[in-house]
Design a protein around this ligand. Structure first.
Ligand SMILES: Cc1cc2nc3c(=O)[nH]c(=O)nc-3n(C[C@H](O)[C@H](O)[C@H](O)COP(=O)(O)OP(=O)(O)OC[C@H]3O[C@@H](n4cnc5c(N)ncnc54)[C@H](O)[C@@H]3O)c2cc1C
Ligand code: FES
Length: 295
């Protein structure tokens, strides 16, 4: 799926900006060049406000190529994204995008378990958007959140093997796209599986036959403990697994080496830049022992 091409700098007009409960925001901007070339797992480096010098990296959640917009879901943790939250439709944001290597689903493993947690949900929504028309792939999406999901929810009409009847809800967008999905939360949210999203993933994997597992791969994005748990599932069930990781970023385009992490390959360990060599990596190359702190 990866097309490592040019990164565009666009003065993107804010088209819509919606606040959701628990300080979550979805912003849609006009950025036609980036929209044409974005892929699930790639991100944008955004100037939140003229008064904030450092850009902030946000995953692309949706790209509409025909109308030239990008959409992002974010949750402020500090000053930069808090200022972004105050920007209004009609204003412009400087957007550097698309950046990074996205998910590369293995066509030999057409059964995809996509797991998204918290602000790691956006690339999984984008993946669903891209794969909905790819009939060679069979996608199941599981999402976890400890605050109300920033989407309209509906009762799902699709089967997801192993999930209890209480896990009845899905985000409306994925239902409209015809993609089976379920939600998980430890915060007792209605219609959600009660527990971690990786526990829900485990129930689905346990309900899968050996033949089905031999056709399965995991793609995941979320907080580090969730990625480790996804990698541990991949080890336990002997599945390939790609993870989209986060790292503190300065330049965001490969120039400062401020975002490096250790990646293990056939030739030993090497330092890789998360912004341009990632953010998606083979889970085995960064979590050699997912239950230990080895990243
Ligand atoms: C590839 C990638 C994709 C991301 N996608 C999303 C997303 O879709 N939605 C979302 O809400 N968040 C996402 N994040 C995390 C988000 O970039 C940080 O939470 C954000 O930069 C914090 O900025 P702030 O102004 O709120 O906080 P501040 O604390 O003011 O940020 C201070 C500095 O630390 C950096 N920083 C702080 N936390 C992080 C972090 N977790 N990762 C990287 N840099 C950090 C900021 O870039 C900035 O330089 C992503 C991070 C990366 C690397
Ligand atoms: S942020 Fe500068 S190299 Fe990645």
């Amino acid at each position: 799926m990866t097309t490592r091409g040019t990164i565009f700098l666009e003065e993107a007009e804010i088209l819509e900006h919606r606040a959701w409960p628990a300080e979550q925001y979805i912003v849609r901007v006009s950025a036609p060049e980036a929209a044409l070339r974005s892929e699930p797992g790639s991100f944008a480096h955004i100037q939140c406000d003229p008064a904030v010098p450092l850009r902030r990296p946000l995953s692309i959640m949706r790209a509409e190529r025909s109308s030239g917009w990008l959409e992002f879901l974010y949750k402020p943790v500090g000053a930069g994204l808090a200022k972004l939250a105050r920007r209004t439709p009609g204003e412009r944001l400087s957007v550097l995008a698309p950046i990074g290597r996205g998910f590369e689903p293995d066509p030999d493993r057409p059964r995809i378990l996509a797991i998204g947690g918290g602000v790691g949900i956006p690339p999984i929504v984008f993946l669903a958007q891209e794969l909905r028309a790819r009939t060679e792939f069979e996608l199941i999406v599981l999402m976890g959140s400890e605050v109300p999901f920033p989407f309209d929810l509906v009762t799902s009409a699709h089967e997801v093997g192993g999930s209890p009847a209480s896990a009845s809800h899905a985000i409306e967008l994925l239902e409209q796209w015809g993609i089976p999905s379920r939600l998980a939360s430890c915060a007792e949210l209605a219609g959600c599986f009660g527990g971690f999203v990786t526990e829900l993933a485990d129930t689905w994997l346990r309900a899968s036959s050996p033949q089905a597992l031999a056709r399965t791969q995991i793609l995941a994005c979320g907080p580090e403990p969730m990625l480790r748990a996804a990698a541990a599932l991949a080890y336990a069930y002997d599945l390939p697994c790609q993870v989209a990781v986060e790292e503190y970023m300065a330049c965001g385009v490969g120039g400062c080496a401020g975002c490096t992490l250790t990646v293990h390959g056939t030739n030993g360990a090497a330092m890789k830049r998360v912004c341009v060599d990632g953010p998606v990596f083979d889970a085995r190359s960064i979590y050699t022992n997912p239950s230990a702190g080895d990243a």
